[in-house]
Structures are given as C-alpha cells and as structure tokens.
Design a protein around this ligand. Structure first.
Ligand SMILES: NC(=O)c1ccc[n+]([C@@H]2O[C@H](COP(=O)([O-])OP(=O)(O)OC[C@H]3O[C@@H](n4cnc5c(N)ncnc54)[C@H](O)[C@@H]3O)[C@@H](O)[C@H]2O)c1
Ligand SMILES: O=C(O)C(=O)C[C@@H](O)[C@H](O)[C@H](O)COP(=O)(O)O
Ligand SMILES: [Zn+2]
Length: 360
C-alpha cells in the first residue's frame, strides 16, 4: 500500500494506492460515510467493477452513459436531478467511480450541489488513476470548447485500486499512458527514460510497472498541485503540456470516441515538441525521440493519425477559447528539451497556424 499526501492546507487529502482496495472499500471509506453511499459511475464500469464495490459497501448507484458526451450540460443536469432525488445532503460524500469523465462531472456537480458538497474519487481508468482524480479540476465541455465550465473542488480522498485496470480496454489504457509520459517530459528526464524502458510491460498489464507508473505520476502531480493549486504561478500550467493542441483536436473531432482525450494529448505533445524544435528551442532529435516513443505505445503523433484534416486557422480558432488566454495572448507549453517544459508567452497564433498547415 502507498499513501501520497496532497498538501493543500485545510483542503489536504491522501491518495491511497493498493491492489484490491476496491474489495475492502468499506474499511478505507469508513471515515467519510454515514449510511448508504451514493456512487456515480458509467455503464461500462457498472458492468465490470461496481459489483466489487457493492460487495463491500451499502450503495445507491447512479449509472450514467459512458463517454465524453456525458461531460455536458445535459449530463450535468441529469446527474444533479438524480442526486437531489436521492436526498444527498450538503455534508454527505458522493463517490465518483469511473474514468476522468465521471470524475470531472461528479466533482463539478458536487461543487455546486446545495452550494457545495463533498466527493471521493475512485478512479478506474489509467488516465484517471495517474491524473484526473487528483488536483480538483472539475468541468464539463460546451459547444465553445473543452472544460470551459467548471470549478476547482478538491476531493476528500482518492482510492486507487490498480487491479481495476484489468478490465480497461487496451485503447483506453494506451490513451491514459499519454498522461504518464507527460510527467517525464515536463521535468523528469529519468522518468521519461523509465517510460521508454517499461511502457511495453505497463501496457501489457505488468502489475509492478503499473504500480510504479501510478505512484510516480501521482507524486509528480501532487507536488505541482500543492505548489500552484489554481494555476496562477506558471507551475500547474505545465500539466497542460500537449493540451492546447490536444483540446483543439478534440473540439475538431466533436468530443467523440473518434479521438480520446489521451490520444489528443499524445498528438498534442508531439506537435508541441515539433513546434519547439522548429523554433530552435530543442533539438529535432529530441522531438523525434518523443514522437517515436508515443507512436511505439500505439498513440497518434500527427494530425493525420489523429484523424484531423482541419486547417491551421481552424485549429487556432478552437485555441482562442483556451482558459490560459490572457490579454489576447495564449501561453504555450513548449520544451527546451525532454524534461525541460516551460510556459512560453511569446508565441504568435499566426505562427502556430502556419506550423499546423505544414505539420499535416
Ligand atoms: N480533471 C483533470 O485534472 C483531468 C485530467 C486529465 C483528463 N481529464 C478528463 O478526463 C476525461 C478522460 O478520462 P478517461 O480517459 O478516463 O475517459 P472515460 O472516463 O471516458 O473512461 C474511458 C472509458 O473506459 C471505460 N472504463 C473506465 N474504467 C474502466 C474499467 N476499469 N474497466 C472497463 N472500462 C472502464 C469508461 O466506461 C469509458 O468508456 C476527459 O474528459 C479529460 O478532459 C481531466
Ligand atoms: O490538472 C491539471 O492542471 C491538468 O492540466 C491536467 C490535464 O491532464 C487535464 O486534461 C486538465 O483537465 C486540463 O486542464 P484545463 O485547465 O486545460 O481544462
Ligand atoms: Zn489531460
């Protein structure tokens, strides 16, 4: 068992990682639950993992459709109405059992229900176990773009059982892996080398590789979030590596399963490194090395592989909605090398559009 603290003063909490934790959830969740637990999940997780939780806990399940479309105004309204019908009180904890879609949606609903109630994350996708369950960013998508309506609302506790990944489809596992590699690329070259050496084992379900990837990712994220909870210090923005490009690709593909979030992030990371190399910030060889590693993990690294044929101007138009936009300029996460990501506020969007037209 590993326990990683997320140090946020009065909002501090622990992330507990343990194989089989879902089967003993009642013991882990006891401090937060009084009576039956309201558990929000999606239809896939309900079929494959909810029975394990139900065997340990007295639950009231709320089962939502799977997929990015649930992180929407209508998905939020539906969830809030169901939580109100169940009589959730302000002091209660609602449990999010699922991937990043369920975690982001439940976190947002919890932040506004009765002006704010509590929630617990039990992430079930690799992406959610290494990234979205920690840090308190909650959101839904709107027609204008990705995650544009949301809140910062920290969970009270995060319970990670890596064995739930045994039922995660391989494509989803690969998509989550993009967010693992991200931590190495941001500021930890040694972790990137670990990824190069261990990705195949991790993606094949090796439990030691899985535990190490989750633990190192969560430790990295917890440190960044503790230093800059609300992304005001150019520190948490580093976690957005690949996302400015990636969110534009997701918008272009309609937030659909044509391109998963992690896949869009992989392509976005490859584009951010290629753009950095083109500007002379990092060596072309480093950009090639990053793209080769992502491609070897079965992830898209080009616009074509991401299934996007839009013009640079169209993609930049999506970026104009990015929450990092400030004073008409959009900061970009660029790299001076592998493990040397930084926030660049000098980028001209016309240069980005021209780069994307050349990138294909
Ligand atoms: N808040 C944050 O900090 C943060 C960070 C990264 C990503 N996100 C968001 O997370 C979302 C993507 O999350 P995701 O990749 O987990 O997608 P997801 O929630 O759609 O889950 C992926 C798919 O896997 C299924 N699934 C999940 N766990 C399973 C399991 N154990 N067994 C079988 N099937 C399982 C789900 O039903 C779904 O079909 C995006 O909306 C993204 O914006 C948020
Ligand atoms: O936690 C963060 O901060 C991140 O940026 C993590 C990202 O992986 C995640 O996709 C996040 O939701 C993107 O943030 P946003 O502010 O661009 O919506
Ligand atoms: Zn992400």
């Amino acid at each position: 068992m590993i326990s990683i603290p997320v140090a946020l003063g009065a909002r501090s909490y622990d992330v507990l990682i343990e194989d089989g934790a879902l089967d003993s959830a009642a013991d882990h969740l006891d401090p937060w639950l009084h009576g039956p637990a309201v558990v929000v999940t999606d239809e896939h997780v309900a079929a494959r993992q909810l029975p394990r939780l139900a065997a340990s806990l007295d639950i009231r399940p709320v089962i939502l459709p799977a997929g990015e479309g649930t992180k929407s105004w209508s998905g939020l309204e539906n969830l809030l109405d169901q939580l109100l019908t169940l009589g959730l009180e302000r002091g209660d904890h609602v449990i999010a059992l699922g991937g990043g879609v369920i975690g982001d949606l439940v976190g947002f609903a919890a932040s506004i229900l009765k002006r704010g109630c509590n929630f617990i994350q039990i992430p079930t996708s690799l992406l959610a176990q290494v990234d979205s369950s920690v840090g308190g960013k909650t959101a839904i998508n709107t027609v204008a773009g990705k995650n544009l309506v949301g809140s910062f609302h920290q969970p009270s506790f995060v319970l990670i059982d890596p064995t739930v990944l045994d039922t995660l489809p391989p494509r989803e596992l690969r998509a989550g892996y993009a967010e693992v590699v991200k931590y190495g690329l941001i500021d930890d070259f040694a972790f990137f080398e670990w990824c190069e050496a261990n990705a195949a084992a991790l993606l094949a379900g090796d439990s030691a590789a899985r535990a190490e990837a989750i633990g190192r990712s969560i430790a990295a994220k917890a440190a960044i979030v503790a230093a800059d909870e609300r992304e005001t210090l150019d520190r948490r923005a580093l976690l957005n590596l690949g996302h400015t490009f990636g969110h534009a690709l997701e918008a272009e593909t309609g937030f659909s399963d044509r391109l998963l979030h992690g896949e869009a992030v992989a392509a976005g990371i490859a584009l951010a490194f290629a753009f950095s190399a083109e500007r002379g910030l990092c060596a072309g060889q480093e950009a090639t090395r990053v793209a080769a590693h992502l491609a070897a993990a079965g992830l898209p690294t080009t616009l074509a592989a991401a299934g996007v044929s839009a013009s640079g101007a169209a993609l930049v138009a999506h970026m104009a909605h990015d929450k990092k936009m400030s004073g008409g300029r959009l900061p970009f996460l660029l790299a001076r090398g592998i493990g040397r990501t930084y926030v660049d506020k000098t980028v001209d969007l016309a240069d980005v559009a021209a780069f994307l037209d050349r990138a294909v």
